[in-house]
Design a protein around this ligand. Structure first.
Ligand SMILES: Nc1nc2c(ncn2[C@@H]2O[C@H](COP(=O)(O)OP(=O)(O)OP(=O)(O)O)[C@@H](O)[C@H]2O)c(=O)[nH]1
Ligand SMILES: [Mg+2]
Length: 534
């Protein structure tokens, strides 16, 4: 893949920017270190209640499960709950004797999975992001810099990204949003444990996952697969450029196609232009948004690189992008955006760790030890055709966010699961685009689909406006189905309905919206979207 290098060297402003970025990075590293220490201190306490009446039960209790009783729907209650450790004990003879040597006697009534679930929920509650917010917008507008301002992490870490100065892969970073009990909107929101306005101790409100998308026009498919796991979007628009730039339009069209309607606009780089230009640019943005799903969205003037107006943005995030309703009881649907082999070259076979999947859970819940199904699964070539073989595997470990291990995961945030699959199968995103499901409740895997589609008036991503022609019979189109891009040839056309034969098998979530792209001026361009019909 050849990507034009950004013209950073010609722009004197960008040199200043990179220096500023370095110092910001240093500061944020320090803050991150502080955060980790503070977190470690608070994660130790749990409220445990146990009743052990039989020896066998008691044994199980010590090796596996703890029962945690939880009443924390209000902040105050939650606080109290995390601070107190209540341990009740009644055990019969043998058990008591055994436990006495361990100094703690525990009482246990927890052999059921449901109870154990509550326990783990309590233990690791705060580490799980509850909402996924994506960045979108034209190349170079400051999306990754904005993520760094909020999370302390610059998402472009891949060597090719650093070399070229652009985002190529999806980037992920968590931010903890804190609320000051004293200050008013918007000052009360920050990413600090101590309020930067009044010095009061803040309270954590929620953890947010940022999904950083690339803005380069040839990376539209990457943006689309990232958008599959976004609950809301920050559309970043440069105050120093005319509005709209081609990918500003294309990304807004993508958000529309996938039905994401929680949008915030960041008017970035305001310090580069005079106030009159900021005003004119804001008017252009408002005009551009008219009639779109983002009409009326908050527009936050910012300098991401200097962290200016970060509190305004956090306030908008808190007020406009609520946690979506999640259904942990619904069947498991985890979108695998990546797959990896995490073993270093030369690792002894006995020490090899199983294949890893990274992605986000749309519905359901997973726990270490669960059996899961990878759909459509492994690619197997038979003649010209590529067949897919579903893989049943077991979850060995779960990681939420960048570094935190957990014994369970729920919808929201980035999740990585290690499985028992041969790691050579998951190497280099080999199984990205798969959906991880419950073997007892799998999805249909298909090669033929029927779409009810809507086309845009114009091809939005190019410099020149090109009218979108109707879909033709036998036309080859690119479909983004969840995190899986897939070509399809139109086999039958009806009114607003297209039947297509896909180039391979795909696991189909019937509720998903599918982005449709067509090859225009030598590039795949978004032209519309569709929904599955029976
Ligand atoms: N002056 C100024 N420069 C900024 C600001 N935000 C970002 N930049 C600079 O703009 C350039 C591009 O920033 P990125 O954050 O990489 O932009 P991006 O939108 O993520 O780019 P792609 O992901 O490749 O589309 C970098 O040189 C940044 O330092 C800002 O608020 N002010
Ligand atoms: Mg970027």
């Amino acid at each position: 893949m050849k990507i034009a290098k950004k013209e950073t060297s010609k722009d004197p402003v960008k040199k200043r920017k990179s220096t500023a970025r370095k110092s910001t990075a240093k500061e944020t590293k320090k803050t991150a270190a502080k955060k980790t220490t503070a977190k470690k201190a608070t994660t130790k306490k749990t409220t445990t209640k146990k009743t052990a009446t039989k020896k066998t039960t008691a044994k199980k209790a010590t090796t596996k499960k703890t029962t945690t009783k939880k009443t924390a729907d209000k902040k105050t209650t939650a606080k109290k709950a995390t601070k107190k450790t209540t341990t009740k004990k009644t055990a019969d003879k043998k058990t008591t004797a055994k436990k006495a040597t361990k100094k703690t006697t525990t009482k246990k009534t927890a052999t059921k999975k449901t109870t154990a679930k509550k326990a783990t929920t309590k233990k690791t509650k705060d580490i799980h992001p509850t909402v996924n917010i994506g960045t979108a917008g034209h190349v170079d507008e400051g999306k990754s810099t904005l993520v760094q301002a909020m999370t302390g992490v610059f998402p472009d870490s891949h060597s090719e990204e650093v070399k070229r100065g652009i985002t190529i892969r999806l980037g992920y970073a968590d931010a903890d949003i804190y609320e000051c009990p004293v200050c008013e909107e918007p000052d009360k929101w920050s990413v600090e444990k101590v309020c930067p306005h009044c010095g009061e101790k803040t309270e954590m409100n929620r953890r947010v996952l940022f999904v950083d998308a690339p803005g380069h026009e040839i990376l539209m498919q990457v943006m689309l697969s990232g958008a599959a796991i976004m609950d809301g979007v920050i559309l970043v628009i440069g105050a120093n450029k005319s509005v709209p730039q081609p990918q500003t339009r294309e990304h807004l069209a993508a958000i529309t196609a996938l039905g994401i309607n929680k949008v915030i606009i960041v008017q970035n780089k305001v310090e580069l232009v005079d106030p009159e230009q900021v005003r004119i640019n804001a008017l252009q943005i408002t005009e551009f948004l008219k009639g779109t799903i983002a009409e009326g969205a908050p527009i936050i003037p910012m300098s991401a690189i200097h962290g200016i107006n970060l509190d305004l943005l956090l306030s908008a995030i808190q007020n406009f992008i609520p946690n979506p309703e999640r259904d942990e009881e619904a069947p498991l649907r985890m979108f695998a955006a990546r797959s990896f082999d995490i073993n270093r070259p030369g690792t002894e076979p006995m020490m090899m760790r199983g294949g890893v999947f990274g992605g986000s859970i749309k519905s359901g819940r997973i726990e270490v030890g669960d059996k899961v199904l990878i759909q459509p699964g492994l690619k197997k070539k038979s003649g010209k055709q590529i067949d897919r073989i579903p893989i049943e595997t077991e979850i060995v470990s779960i990681r939420v966010g960048a570094t935190t291990d957990s014994d369970y995961a729920t919808p929201g945030g980035l999740v990585a699961i290690q499985t028992t699959i041969d790691p050579s199968m998951t190497r280099s995103d080999n199984l990205s685009g798969c959906i991880i499901t419950d073997p007892k409740n799998p999805l249909d895997v298909v090669t033929d689909i029927k779409l009810k589609y809507t086309l845009f008036d114009k091809v939005v991503g190019s410099d020149n406006d090109v009218k979108v022609k109707p879909i033709a019979s036998k036309e080859a189109l690119l479909l983004t189905i969840g995190t899986a891009p897939m070509t399809g040839v139109v086999t039958k056309l009806g009114k607003g309905i297209a039947e297509m034969k896909l180039s391979g098998q795909v696991a189909i979530d019937p509720e998903i919206k599918i982005a449709i792209s067509r090859r225009v001026q030598k590039r795949w361009r978004l032209i519309g979207y569709g929904e599955l019909v029976e």
